[in-house]
Design a protein around this ligand. Structure first.
Ligand SMILES: Nc1ncnc2c1ncn2[C@@H]1O[C@H](COP(=O)(O)OP(=O)(O)OP(=O)(O)O)[C@@H](O)[C@H]1O
Ligand SMILES: [Mg+2]
Length: 430
């Protein structure tokens, strides 16, 4: 399963410049783990980091202008780090699977003369087959919607960013004039009609660009949970659906699907939910006369079932998470903000263990990324899996990996749980 090994954000709200894990030019860093938890006090940028992933996914889906305004972001100027003038930048370093050559995606967004956001720069890079070291080759180079894409999975150009920027216009001219050189192999000149749409959105639907398509599919597959118990109480039209949507308002539809297609998995979910939430014995669905779907919970000790509308927030949430974890074709990347809200603290520990097992288990589940302030959630995690966000003196966020704090490594090795150390303020710099 694909995995993000590193992520860099620049000029996005409180994240003026932060890097997590390994990048193509930071090869000495340890890659991100399959399970990652980001902790931090209020206002340090946890939701912002979660939204950085969401923003990137929205840019792909609907273009950068719409993404700047969606989910209450308020436009480019309000998401640009205050006082900064440069573009907003993202970098994703990821592997399609364990043995694949890592791919780097870089995106820079800026404002044009009419004050509208547009895609200033897009790059995709990858080393060649059998190339173990050295600079990767860029196989998508777009500046303001025009540039070059290399077909297949081998060719590209080297851009030595430490010297200067690639002369893209010159390269395009030499390709147009049919000059035969290493760099002009398998090339395609790209002129995008709309500078607000990502190049990977367009090129990623073409067969001749397998690497771009794979990356596009990867981002499209991310699941960022905006689950709210109230959404799960809505009454959707009946009809089985394969995946839970981001708000969770199709919970009943997913139950219909999994009950029918994967009865064993469903039994397993019910067993696990019964262990976690005392009393819940059976969950199923009922269709109303007007074709809507009711989610029905049989509670021990009561003759009649309760419907989702009357079930507790925590029950609905735990049930939704378990359904997510049992998805027969799980998303490659699962991002959840503060899963602890509304959940009993002891249960949280076991939920954290479930997430971790899902992420690291042999079944090949999703890479899991959570933001939290709950000590119980990180008690079972190791220092490589935990990142601490803090506000720097300049007001912008800084991030550190718990394993990079020598005293923490020691204390954990001596058997102290990370959550306890977080609770007792050992993880904060200031
Ligand atoms: N454009 C911006 N430039 C710089 N900082 C910003 C910008 N917009 C918002 N902020 C700051 O970002 C901070 C981080 O907010 P965020 O919601 O990510 O924190 P959080 O860690 O999720 O906090 P909580 O635990 O309370 O949910 C805010 O306190 C705000 O000061
Ligand atoms: Mg928050």
């Amino acid at each position: 399963m694909a995995k993000i090994e590193g992520f860099r954000v620049k000029n996005f709200k409180a994240l003026k410049e932060i890097t997590l894990g390994r990048l193509w030019n930071l090869q000495d860093e340890q890659p991100l783990t399959s399970m990652t938890a980001v902790i931090g006090k209020n206002g340090v940028g946890k939701s912002t980091l979660f939204d950085a992933f969401g923003f990137l996914a929205d840019c792909l889906r609907s273009g950068v202008e719409e993404a700047c305004y969606s989910r209450g972001r308020g436009g480019f100027r309000s998401i640009l780090s205050q006082g900064q003038t440069g573009p907003i930048e993202f970098e994703v370093y990821y592997k399609e699977d364990g043995n694949a050559r890592p791919i780097t995606y870089e995106l820079a967004i800026s404002l044009d003369q009419t004050d509208r956001p547009f895609v200033l720069k897009e790059r995709l890079r990858q080393r060649r087959k059998n190339q173990k070291h050295g600079w990767p080759f860029s196989f998508l180079v777009l500046n303001s919607g025009s540039g070059v894409a290399w077909k297949g999975d081998q060719y590209g150009t080297r851009i030595d960013e430490s010297k200067d920027e690639l002369d893209l216009v010159k390269l395009m001219e030499s390709i147009r004039s049919g000059k035969d050189c290493e760099e002009s192999k398998e090339t395609e000149i790209v002129e995008l009609e709309d500078k607000r749409k990502l190049g990977i959105a367009t090129l990623g639907s073409l067969k001749q660009h397998p690497r771009i398509s794979a990356f596009r599919r990867f981002i499209e597959g991310w699941y960022l949970s905006y689950f709210t118990p109230d959404a799960a109480r809505s009454l959707p039209m009946a009809g089985p659906q394969k995946h839970l949507n981001i708000h969770g308002d199709n919970l009943g539809n997913v139950v219909q699907f999994i009950e029918r297609e994967h009865p064993e998995r469903f039994k397993n979910i019910l067993k696990r939910i019964a262990e976690k939430i005392p009393g819940v014995e059976k969950i199923d669905t009922e269709k109303t006369n007007d074709g809507r779907l009711l989610l029905r919970f049989n509670d021990q000790g009561f003759k009649d079932p309760f419907f989702a509308q009357n079930m507790s927030d925590g029950t609905l949430k735990v049930f939704a998470y378990l359904l997510l974890l049992e998805d027969p074709s799980p998303p490659p990347f699962l991002c959840i903000e503060e899963p602890e809200n509304g959940i009993y603290h002891k249960l949280l520990e076991s939920l954290a263990a479930e997430f971790r097992e899902h992420a690291t288990g042999r079944k090949g589940g999703s890479q899991v990324f959570v933001t939290t302030h709950q000590p119980y959630f990180i008690d079972g995690l190791n220092p490589d899996e935990v990142w601490i966000l803090e506000k720097g003196k300049d007001g912008f966020s800084q991030i550190r990996r718990a394993s990079k704090i020598p005293s923490i490594k020691h204390l954990v090795e001596e058997g102290l749980p990370l959550g306890g150390l977080w609770y007792s303020d050992y993880l904060n710099l200031r």
